[in-house]
Each structure stands twice: as C-alpha cells, then as structure tokens.
Write a protein that binds this ligand. Structure first.
Ligand SMILES: Nc1nc2c(ncn2[C@@H]2O[C@H](COP(=O)(O)OP(=O)(O)OP(=O)(O)O)[C@@H](O)[C@H]2O)c(=O)[nH]1
Length: 210
C-alpha cells in the first residue's frame, strides 16, 4: 500500500519535557517507541526514512536511512519535513511525502490511505490529520512540489510553526475517530511528551490493541 508515497518519521526533537535525549528510543512494552511507530507506519508507505539531528550512530539498530535536518539549530518539525521533502524529490520517484511523529505509538493504520484519498480530491493541497476537532500537523501528506515554498517560509521568513505553513499552502482536513477501549476513548494521536505520558501509554498498551 502507498508504494508511491515516501514516508518520514520525525525524531529530531530535543525531548525537553522528557528530560532530554531521544524519546523515540524509550522503551514501551519492551520495544522502542520508534519500533511501535515504524511497525504501524512502514506498511503504509514506500521509501521510508528517519528524521533525526546529531550522531546517526544512536539509531544504528534501526534499519532506516537517517536524515539530518538541512536547517541547523533544532528549527523544529518543519525542518525535518523540509529535509524529507528534498530527500523524497531527489532520491525517490515519489511525488508526495507522508509524515509521522516518532512519539505517537498508536497512530492510525489507515493514516496514509485516508490522507491520499483526501488530497486526491484537492490536488496540490496538504492533507492534515485531525481528531476530536484538533489538528495534528506532523501527521500530514505533503506534495514534494511544496518544498521550495517551504524552504522560503522556514529559512527566509524564519517561521517555524507547521500549522502556519499548512494554512498558507492550502489544505484539506481528515478527521480520525477516537479509539474505543472499554468505557474509555483514546486519541490515536496520543503522543508521549513526559514520563507520565509514557506511563499512560504502558497502561493503554495492556488494555487495547488499537
Ligand atoms: N527533524 C526534527 N524533528 C523535530 C524537531 N523538533 C521536534 N521534532 C519532532 O517533531 C515531533 C514533535 O516534537 P515535540 O514533541 O513538539 O518536540 P520535542 O523537541 O520532541 O519535545 P519537547 O522538547 O519536549 O518539546 C517529534 O516527533 C519530534 O522528534 C527538529 O528540530 N527536527
């Protein structure tokens, strides 16, 4: 599925709320967070890479190409997205890139399929995932032709907000349902920012296979 769509897992942040380091390498249920994300996301795309700053050796156990941000200084997820769009255009034959954050272990298994369908109805636009009426701008489908405009936005204008670029470019929203777990509802875009979030994800993992 999605062989003509390139994919990137964003794992280049500083994880300050987690106390630093690489939160995507933290263990969840015996595997790394990144393993959880990759096992859901990899089957949905063709060429897949990991977006990460710093020494790629720490991801040596992960069999993915590691792309260092083309913009220095931890410019945020938009820097990873720009890097990945330039990689997709230069090194793959894909005309679109799907993005996923490496701290979101329960991401939808039909994420890319639904983003592609929505983008098809509005060619050239960015398809962005939502749940519960809230945007998840790091979960989106981006046309590679947006890369020049994104470079100008991030480098020349120095604007870092992902949602600001999506709004400027033009977008279509794709709403994803909350997952049921007994009496509870779980957001498939629940992401791990703090040690408490990680503990909550451990509990969710015991109770559901969302
Ligand atoms: N490539 C790249 N990815 C980033 C960067 N900053 C954040 N990300 C990724 O974007 C996603 C959302 O990041 P956040 O959780 O908001 O930021 P974070 O730096 O990881 O964590 P905090 O420092 O606690 O805010 C995560 O998957 C991060 O790894 C960056 O500068 N470059």
């Amino acid at each position: 599925m999605g062989q003509d769509i390139a994919g990137i897992i964003l794992a280049g942040g500083r994880s300050r709320r987690m106390g630093g380091g690489d939160k995507s390498l933290l263990a969840l249920g015996g595997d790394s967070l990144l393993d959880h994300v990759a096992s859901r996301f990899a089957p949905q795309v063709g060429p897949l890479a990991l977006s990460a700053n710093g020494d790629p050796a720490r991801f040596a156990g992960i069999e993915l190409p590691v792309l260092a941000d083309v913009v220095e200084g931890f410019a945020g997820p938009l820097a990873g997205i720009l890097t990945a769009l330039e990689w997709a255009a230069a090194d793959t034959s894909c005309e679109a890139l799907a993005t996923a954050a490496g701290d979101t272990p329960f991401l939808p298994r039909d994420l890319v399929e639904r983003l592609v369908a929505a983008a098809g109805a509005r060619p050239g636009s960015i398809a962005v995932a939502c749940s519960g009426g809230k945007w998840h701008p790091t979960f989106a489908l981006w046309p590679t032709e947006a890369r020049a405009a994104l470079r100008r936005f991030l480098v020349d204008e120095d604007i870092r907000r992902v949602s600001a670029f999506i709004e400027r470019h033009g977008f279509v929203e794709v709403e994803f349902s909350l997952l049921k777990s007994g009496e509870h509802e779980i957001d498939p875009f629940f992401n791990i920012n703090t040690p408490d979030d990680l503990a909550a994800a451990e509990r969710l993992l015991q109770s559901i296979d969302p």
